[in-house]
Design a protein around this ligand. Structure first.
Ligand SMILES: Nc1ncnc2c1ncn2[C@@H]1O[C@H](COP(=O)(O)OP(=O)(O)O)[C@@H](O)[C@H]1O
Ligand SMILES: [Mg+2]
Length: 340
């Protein structure tokens, strides 16, 4: 009887394994499935890869997110930070489920289990004005709370170093230039590099004015996919892998850079957005706005991933570089005239 039950369980597991919805490597997912079933002592029904090291796990009784980290310290910081954030009164993010005696370690990654937020059918996107407005409101609320948390985290997380990041991005872009010029003209890349240099030089000269602010913990990656609208309509901020400490201007300049393509690069439109308008009198912030962060990032990523022969990947990047170029040029002029 026992043997039969055992055999039955094996068969069920096999059947379940076949049902896993795969995003990547089947073999890896099947082994992860077996590992979790054993370690969590749970009746796991399915694992679906959402992205990279992020999986959605269904058990008979619950649903949670599993996220992998190379470095256990990084996972511990995520667990501590999301818990501190919740305790500070910020209710717009998730917590990790922490089991003190259990560390999930599988194929060189440490895994954390995260509360699942069921998404709304309409995803958050910067193309919607209401999302842009609610997103900045939430980011501002996040900073208000993290200013209080920053002193406890200064020794655990790095200080923001935007200049270094942007200098590296510029260097990588320059190395990729020959390849990039297969797709876009030399005049255009020359303009982009001029904007980058003008921005960096000005920012380096003025960044001291940002150091008088009380440092906050910055999110560091305010892309639209790190905002999650729940089924009930509540907005969440997720994915704190890139947290650093520093002036909240750094997150704000990144937010502005993310939404500007949807504002047709109009400075007046930025001036109408709460929590961004007050930064438009800050010279460091204005220099920061001039850095073509998005274009340089996307070309570098394309080439790093060796995808430059893939038309499905190159076309949208060519389009983002070329289609709004005149608007961006005008934006450079408008910001510069505020700097005088
Ligand atoms: N707690 C969660 N609930 C629901 N979906 C989530 C959750 N965490 C992550 N996701 C989904 O998985 C995606 C990737 O997760 P994220 O933590 O942002 O990983 P990455 O570091 O790869 O960007 C998110 O954009 C979101 O769609
Ligand atoms: Mg993310």
């Amino acid at each position: 009887m026992q043997a039969m039950e055992c055999q039955c369980r094996v068969m069920m597991k096999k059947a379940m394994n076949i049902n896993i919805k795969k995003g990547g490597d089947d073999f890896f997912n099947n082994r992860l499935f077996s590992y979790l079933s054993k370690e969590l002592d749970a009746n796991i029904l399915g694992i679906k890869q959402l992205r990279g090291n992020v999986y959605l796990v269904d058990t008979k009784t619950s649903r949670f997110i599993l996220k992998g980290y190379r470095d256990i310290r990084k996972l511990k910081i995520q667990e501590a930070f999301t818990s501190s954030l919740r305790k500070s009164g910020f209710a717009h993010s998730y917590s990790f489920y922490i089991q003190p005696k259990l560390t999930l370690y599988f194929q060189n990654e440490y895994y954390g289990c995260i509360e699942y937020i069921e998404p709304h059918e309409t995803a958050f996107h910067y193309k919607h004005e209401y999302d842009r407005d609610e997103g900045i409101e939430l980011l501002n609320k996040f900073h208000e709370k993290t200013i209080g948390l920053a002193p406890s985290y200064t020794s655990l997380i790095p200080k923001t170093d935007l200049v270094r990041k942007w200098q590296q991005r510029r260097i990588e872009f320059t190395k990729n230039l020959t390849q990039i010029n297969y797709f876009i003209s030399k005049e255009l890349t020359r303009d982009l590099l001029e904007w980058a240099d003008f921005s960096l030089q000005g920012f380096i000269g003025k960044r001291k004015i940002l150091e008088t602010d009380s440092p906050a913990i910055l999110h560091g990656d305010v892309a639209h996919h790190n905002f999650l609208r729940s089924k009930e309509g509540k907005l969440y901020l997720i994915d704190f892998d890139l947290i650093t400490t520093g002036s909240r201007a750094y997150d704000m300049v990144q937010y502005a850079n993310r939404i500007l393509p949807f504002l047709e690069w109009k400075l007046e439109s930025l001036a109408n957005i709460k929590h961004l308008n007050n930064w438009l009198n800050n010279e460091a912030f204005l220099y920061g706005l001039l850095y073509p962060a998005d274009i340089l990032r996307e070309w570098n990523r394309l080439l790093r991933e060796g995808q430059n022969s893939n038309p499905f990947r190159t076309a949208p990047i060519v389009e983002m570089t070329v289609s709004q170029f005149q608007q961006r040029k005008q934006f450079q002029e408008d910001v510069k005239s505020r700097l005088k």
